[in-house]
Design a protein around this ligand. Structure first.
Ligand SMILES: [Zn+2]
Length: 135
C-alpha cells in the first residue's frame, strides 16, 4: 500500500481548476533544487520566479496568508576564548507530537567576536476569504 493522493471517484469531488494544485503537493525548484510547494510562484529558497500565469498570480494575491511564527535570534561569540561550533536543527511535529521532518539546516563555527543571526518563519496560505483563528 502506498501513501499518495486520495482516490477521487464519482462526482463527489469537482475536478481541480486548471492551474490549481493539490494542497501539500510539492515539486523541485528548477533553479536551486529545493523541495517547494507546487503552488508557489516564487521559490522561497532562491527567490526566483517560477511561473507567470496571470490567473494563478491573481489567485495567489487573493489567497489568505498569515505567518503564525517568525523567530529571529543572534548568536555572538565574545571577544575572548576558543571558537564555538553550532548546529541548526529544524523539527516539524504533527498533532500527536510525532516528528514529520527533522533536518540539520546548517552547521558552522564562530571565531572571536563573530556573530550569526538566525531567522525562522512559517507562512500559511489558504483559500481566499479564509478567516484564521486569533493567536
Ligand atoms: Zn529555488
Amino acid at each position: 500500500m502506498s501513501i499518495g493522493r486520495p482516490v477521487i471517484s464519482g462526482k463527489a469531488f469537482a475536478a481541480p481548476a486548471p492551474g490549481k494544485s493539490t494542497p501539500g503537493k510539492t515539486r523541485t525548484c528548477p533553479h536551486c533544487k529545493a523541495t517547494i510547494l507546487d503552488s508557489a510562484s516564487i521559490c522561497p529558497a532562491c527567490q526566483h520566479h517560477l511561473r507567470f500565469d496571470p490567473a494563478v498570480a491573481a489567485e495567489q494575491r487573493a489567497a489568505a496568508t498569515f505567518a503564525p511564527l517568525k523567530v529571529e535570534g543572534v548568536l555572538r561569540h565574545p571577544a575572548e576564548g576558543e571558537p564555538w561550533e553550532y548546529t541548526v536543527v529544524l523539527a516539524i511535529r504533527n498533532e500527536r507530537g510525532e516528528e514529520v521532518t527533522r533536518q540539520v539546516l546548517g552547521v558552522g563555527a564562530l571565531q572571536k567576536s563573530e556573530q550569526r543571526s538566525f531567522s525562522l518563519s512559517v507562512e500559511v496560505t489558504a483559500p481566499p476569504g479564509t478567516v484564521f483563528p486569533k493567536p
